[in-house]
Design a protein around this ligand. Structure first.
Ligand SMILES: Nc1ncnc2c1ncn2[C@@H]1O[C@H](COP(=O)(O)OP(=O)(O)OP(=O)(O)O)[C@@H](O)[C@H]1O
Ligand SMILES: [Mg+2]
Length: 404
């Protein structure tokens, strides 16, 4: 997939990583690559979300930016200044990197007032503390910005979870220099509060214009907050792009399945043309659009599943790395499938059995069985009653063909 970061020479990136690697030696003496060669840039006022399953290296990468972890290789720049360069042995300590970090726990001092918590980074700054009046002014301004000036004299134990989060954010704003690193800051508040805090965090970020690197393993949170998402897998960035691109045009099956729900139909690439691919499956050929074609998969030979005459040719969008004759998978989202009693006038259609339908609030979720393949489909209404035979169709522009 295309990288869509605007590359203007005049704009200094908030963060730039080049070839960052970090290995850990496990107790059994084997080396584990927690971060395995990551290069990316974060634009000013951008929220870059690092998304991926547990253990994929999100925290290690974030800590490498912060200076809390020392990478084995690579370069880290913050606001155009090199703060880490393995080749030159350069390693600027965390407190002099011009950033702040907000953790899952908020890490507020329980014995200090809100005011003193927010003032803490200023008072513990190297090279002398600023005059009292300046501290008061900066703390007052930060509390004003996060909307809790009246709570300055409270202690963290006397605040709600949401208010504590604002205190932590105010402290991060006071300490930071336009870059804030977040490591799952909302993961220990309940779902309703989390939703509200996300909105407030985003509104605050828009107003204040800081850049952020935000770690989460929650795909909804990632899509809602991110300017761009970096989907990580085993210490590497598998795909980097705006949320809509990641959702609508996942470059790999891994991304398609990690972000959103993906229905899959396996097969072999029969042909490719003009960004579209035709997938030969036991259900008939499927066609789709092709993204940029890179890499190569050796052609597969051998038997092709029987083509059932009743099913018309099926068509879709070809993802990167496809080759004619190679094993591939057609992927589609539940909201893009259509179900009808009569045979639709669509290129991609096949017979299926609707097994159950469940009312899910905004949509109805249908579970279908298409010749042994289970798939899910969402529609606005309908689907009550007994099992029935239906036609299932997916528009070619909504069917992605990706390497298996
Ligand atoms: N100090 C350490 N010593 C040894 N191995 C480590 C250490 N820190 C992390 N690892 C390993 O590095 C890999 C990446 O860990 P990391 O904490 O970065 O993952 P993560 O993506 O943040 O996961 P989670 O979502 O669970 O927080 C894991 O395999 C982990 O076991
Ligand atoms: Mg982590």
């Amino acid at each position: 997939m295309q990288e869509t970061l605007p590359r203007r020479a005049t704009t200094t990136s908030a963060v730039r990583l080049d070839g960052v690697r970090k290995h850990f030696r496990r107790a059994d003496r084997t080396l584990a690559a927690a971060v395995d060669g990551v290069s990316l840039e974060v634009a000013p006022a951008e929220i870059l979300v690092l998304l991926g399953p547990s253990g994929c290296g999100k925290t290690t990468l974030l800590r490498s930016i912060a200076g809390l972890e020392r990478p084995d290789a690579g370069l880290v720049e913050i606001g155009g200044r090199t703060v880490f360069d393995a080749a030159r042995g350069l390693d600027v300590p965390p407190e002099r990197r011009g950033l702040s970090m907000m953790f899952q726990s908020y890490a507020l001092w329980p014995h200090l007032s809100v005011f003193d918590n927010v003032a803490y980074p200023l008072l513990s700054r190297r090279g002398g503390r600023p005059p009292k009046s300046e501290v008061a002014a900066q703390v007052g301004q930060a509390l004003e910005l996060v909307g809790i000036p009246e709570l300055a004299r409270q202690h963290p134990g006397e605040l709600s979870g949401g208010q504590q989060q604002r205190v932590a954010l105010a402290r991060a704003l006071v300490a930071g220099d336009g870059l804030i690193l977040f490591d799952e800051p909302l993961s220990n508040v309940d779902a309703k509060v989390r939703e509200r805090l996300r909105v407030e965090l985003l509104a605050m970020q828009r107003r204040l214009g800081f850049a952020a690197v935000y770690v989460t393993h929650d795909q909804t949170e990632a899509m809602e907050l991110a300017t761009r998402i970096a989907v990580m897998r085993d210490g590497r960035v598998e795909q980097l792009g705006p949320p809509r691109e990641i959702y609508d045009r996942p470059a790999t099956r891994y991304v398609a399945n990690f972000v959103g729900i993906a229905n899959e139909i396996p097969g072999e690439v029969a042909s490719m043309r003009d960004g579209r691919a035709v997938l030969r499956t036991p259900h008939g050929p499927l066609t789709g659009d092709a993204g940029p074609l890179t890499g190569a998969i050796g052609p597969l030979t051998g038997a092709i599943g029987p083509l059932t005459g009743a099913i018309g040719p099926l068509t879709g969008v070809a993802g990167p790395g496809l080759e004619e004759g190679a094993a591939a998978v057609a992927v589609w989202r539940p909201e893009h499938g259509r179900m009808s009693a009569d045979q639709p006038d669509e290129p991609n259609r096949w017979r299926a059995r609707r097994r159950v339908s469940m009312f899910a609030g905004p949509h109805v979720e249908h579970h279908l069985d298409a010749g042994g393949l289970a798939c899910r489909l969402w529609s606005g209404s309908g689907g009550a009653g007994e099992e029935q035979e239906v036609w299932l169709s997916v528009p070619p522009g909504r069917l992605l063909i990706l390497p298996a």
